[in-house]
Design a protein around this ligand. Structure first.
Ligand code: PGA
Length: 254
């Protein structure tokens, strides 16, 4: 099994200088634990300065999005080679905020997954249901569709590069995280879909949870063997709470 993965998604917060300040404070509090992988996903504009600031630490850099072409006349877009060149090793794809505000559908997300993989950027594919879908009993169907379409034609070999983030949309930024049972149930479903479709063994892929993870609920979430880490939004913007969540992941291994 891989070590748990904690990813801090900064969303559209922090300028490059604020990012450098954060890393300075964060590194004072953070003691590297080889048992937990940590990645930070800053806005594009802060990637370069974070790469420098994190140079002597084991923290890796993720991007929050990428376009599916490797170059061309696509004003305003950023390609996988550009991110690789800045030191990114992974990329968040299919985040619900991209689906909701920027009209990204499973087909576009799938093209981005293929493109990232072909440039050795490891995708963190987000899936998750809306509140009304959960209330209508459609959670499993929604998750399955997002997986089958988002991962269409990905080879079994490439599946080893993937991380899946289960992010129920109703839990993102609301302070109302999924319960351990709710998350465990969906993580189990995701594992089964990957195994049935790609033959992916559960222990070879990380399925992380995202949606209002904070220092108070992280311990209990990480108790579930199905929850292999977290994608953290709000609580990663503060060095102290981000370090506490990493500490919870570490403790869950003992
Ligand atoms: P949140 O965001 O932790 O603020 O709920 C999580 C995410 O959107 O990845």
């Amino acid at each position: 099994m891989h070590p748990p993965l904690i990813v801090g998604n900064w969303k559209m917060y922090k300028t490059a200088s604020e990012g450098r300040e954060f890393i300075r404070d964060f590194l004072k509090l953070y003691t590297a634990k080889s048992s937990v992988d940590v990645a930070i996903a800053p806005p594009f504009t802060a990637i370069h300065s974070l790469h420098e600031a994190l140079q002597s630490s084991p923290i890796t850099l993720a991007a929050q999005n990428v376009f599916c072409e490797h170059e061309g006349a696509f004003t305003g877009e950023v390609s996988p080679p550009m991110l690789k060149d800045l030191g990114c090793t992974s990329v968040i794809l299919g985040h619900s905020e991209r689906r909701q505000h920027f009209g990204e559908d499973n087909d576009l997300i799938n093209r981005k997954v293929h493109s990232a993989l072909s440039h050795q950027l490891r995708p963190i594919l987000c899936v998750g249901e809306l509140l009304r879908e959960r209330e209508a009993g459609q959670t499993n169907a929604v998750i399955e569709k997002q997986l089958l379409e988002g991962l269409k034609d990905i080879s079994a070999e490439h599946m080893g590069q993937m991380t899946i983030a289960y992010e129920p949309v109703w839990a993102i930024g609301t302070g109302k995280a999924a319960t351990v049972d709710q998350a465990t149930e969906v993580h189990t479903l995701i594992g089964a879909v990957l195994e049935n479709t790609w033959g992916t063994k559960r222990e070879t892929i990380r399925i992380v949870y995202g949606g209002s993870v904070n220092p108070d609920n992280a311990d209990s979430l990480f108790q579930s063997p199905q929850i292999n880490g977290a994608l953290v939004g709000k609580a990663c913007l503060n060095p102290d709470s981000f370090v506490k969540i990493i500490g919870s992941a570490h403790r869950s291994l003992n």
